[in-house]
Design a protein around this ligand. Structure first.
Ligand code: AMP
Length: 201
């Protein structure tokens, strides 16, 4: 049994991790995957390059078992570039999963994004502003979301997305898991964590 197998990830995911040539989990993957699989919320202090995207994607791909009519997970990220990177990594890791992924961001035509969401999507990755816009238009719905990931939360706050994050999280069901990743731990990050995470590790 290799170290990824010991973490409790799904067979499909282990197959794609193996194909990507990753031999062992990074420290953040080893530390947080078992905790989140147990059902805890998590605050992860992690820079880019630590393998945090695989860490949170693995949880979603293991715990969300089948397609549903409405989105089951939202990943909020500060920039278009990071949103696209996460989407690419999800597609690679989810190669053997039946789940559908979409990515939405500003500065690009909204109509194409609306079309892709209307086809059905399980995990949405996006910037908070565009997500809000799509929610207001009732294209994106929140009521069946069971996971919310806030990636680079400090950057999102620095970029002025606090109101959008508050508005999005206010409408997501209470019965959900929230995972927050941030390179720095400021008082504002502590405040958001206290407000939206439960029993966070
Ligand atoms: P991230 O910190 O999520 O931006 O990931 C940085 C890079 O590390 C990405 O290109 C990942 O595909 C890669 N990566 C993630 N997990 C592992 C691993 N366990 N072993 C080797 N590379 C990895």
């Amino acid at each position: 049994m290799n170290k990824f197998e010991k973490l409790g990830l799904s067979e499909e995911l282990l197959k794609s991790i193996n194909e990507l040539g990753f031999e062992k989990p990074t420290p953040i993957q080893e530390n947080i995957i078992p905790v989140i699989l147990e059902g805890y919320d998590v605050i992860g202090q992690a820079q880019t390059g630590t393998g945090k995207t695989l860490a949170f994607s693995s949880i979603l791909l293991t715990n969300l078992k089948e397609r549903k009519k409405k989105p089951q997970a939202y990943i909020l990220s500060p920039t278009r570039e990071l949103t696209m990177q996460i989407h690419e990594e999800l597609k690679k890791l989810g190669k053997y999963s039946s789940l559908r992924f979409a990515c939405v961001y500003g500065g690009s035509g909204i109509e194409k994004q609306i079309k892709s969401i209307k086809k059905g999507v399980d995990i949405v990755v996006g910037t908070p502003g565009r997500m809000m816009d799509l929610m207001r238009r009732k294209v994106l719905q929140l009521d069946e979301v069971s996971y919310v990931v806030l990636d680079e939360a400090d950057e999102m706050l620095n970029m002025g997305f606090t109101d959008s994050i508050n508005a999005i999280l206010a409408d997501v069901p209470q019965e959900r898991n929230t995972l927050l990743f941030s390179a720095t731990m400021s008082p504002e990050i502590a405040r958001i964590s206290k407000k939206y995470l439960r029993d966070a590790k």
